[in-house]
Design a protein around this ligand. Sequence first.
Ligand SMILES: Cc1cc2nc3c(=O)[nH]c(=O)nc-3n(C[C@H](O)[C@H](O)[C@H](O)COP(=O)(O)OP(=O)(O)OC[C@H]3O[C@@H](n4cnc5c(N)ncnc54)[C@H](O)[C@@H]3O)c2cc1C
Length: 460
Amino acid sequence: MYDVIIIGAGLSGISAGVRLSYYGRKVRILERQLYPGGLNSYYERGDRTVDVGLHALTNFVPEGVRNAPLNTFLRQMRIRRHELDLCPQTFSEIIFPQCSLRLDNDFAAFAAQVERLFPDEAAGFRRLCERIRQTDALSPTAPELSARAILNEYLSSSLLQDMLLCPVMLYGNPQAEDMDFNQFCIIFRSVIFEGFGRPRHGMKPFLDCLLKRFFDQGGELSLGVEVTRLIVRDGRIAAVVTDQGEELHADAVLSCAGALETARLCSIPPPELASFPAGPIGFCETMFELNRRPRELGLEACVIFRNCQERFQFSPPAKDVDLSCQIICMPGNYQQCDDIADANTVRVSVLASPARWLALPSGAVYDKAKSNVVNAQIALMEAWKPGFADAIVGWEMFTPKTIERFTGRVNGVIYGSPRKLRQGASDDLSNLFICGADQGFLGIVGALMSGAAIANRHLL
Ligand SMILES: Cc1cc2nc3c(=O)[nH]c(=O)nc-3n(C[C@H](O)[C@H](O)[C@H](O)COP(=O)(O)OP(=O)(O)OC[C@H]3O[C@@H](n4cnc5c(N)ncnc54)[C@H](O)[C@@H]3O)c2cc1C
């Protein structure tokens, strides 16, 4: 008998596990994959460890900054900053055909650039930032508002509106076209008020550090064990059934697998969770391995949000992918990361249509669709940074189909359902709780905060 069984060793599940085991709760995490970390996991290729998707640890602030999510999380986990070996970014860029903005973990410098490039918008931008600071975006009762409508109230330049929406939507908008303003505030703070860093050697040491804390406190983790059924009786989860034939019992069950995904495991469908819509926003990402440092080709930033059209569009494409906007990440450009194993890697991500990718049969048709996208990405990069194509020595690509197969996320989406269960509990089942992407905190630090917050609110 456990106090809490956690479905999934995603970052939110692990962080909840650390918090609960610290307070003496008997906790077991069940993870269907052989590696922990969920959407931000890693795998082994020969003697190299490859990150599944690490671009940036958002919310990066220096040590000692008070009330910052990263520092709050570290304090709650009793982890010292140096244990995670975090490196700040050098700089990142938002590139549009009309102009560019630079992000370098210094909000005052960012605001000064906005005022220089858009002098007529200076006062509106300051007032918008003040509104973002004042918004209690984490409140479970915060009303849902349109981010586009609110930006339009403060800024008359559609270019500036788009340049602010571009990195924020690409790094955490679960819905098409518009964005909930609360979600906008959470991501804007994490990307623009705060900034980017990365664990120097990627996710494995980062996850090892969290899991060491979990194990030292008596936590149990079972990798390669899938929860196949949640037996519902008298409005509660009475038992957790695994693909190993075990039937486990716990006072509470916490899931980071997604709201709809968890509902589908229940023997009696829980109405609220089962009505969560599947997310529409998918991505394809190609990891290009080069024979030289990306800097030698003029790719000097850590992350580039590059929009090639006049207006920024954020919706599932009618074709397999939308190449008009790309996120381009160079892990080796972070400070003190020149000699990491990923120093020659360039990650190129584009919006993808989950429906089209999931409909493709595995095998030759799917492989052809992937190579078409890779060839188009190479042509795009070559036209922008000549020499890119010749520098490629290998590539690997994931699609929404890969994500669905790997994590069980319906539609293979990264940011979960457009609806969020902010309080982490529904009226459906008294001892079932949801953390992670469908609770509303996204990204690495967001997921970590979510697990700790739901553990604090409901399970301690
Ligand atoms: C390619 C990619 C790149 C990304 N890059 C970044 C980045 O650079 N920076 C950033 O901040 N964020 C990034 N993210 C987003 C970030 O990874 C996620 O927001 C965050 O990790 C979500 O964590 P989670 O705990 O909510 O859920 P998940 O990571 O989805 O974890 C859910 C876990 O539950 C497991 N599971 C599901 N069903 C079952 C079951 N029935 N039984 C047992 N286990 C089950 C899954 O296998 C998975 O491990 C990226 C995501 C992807 C996919």
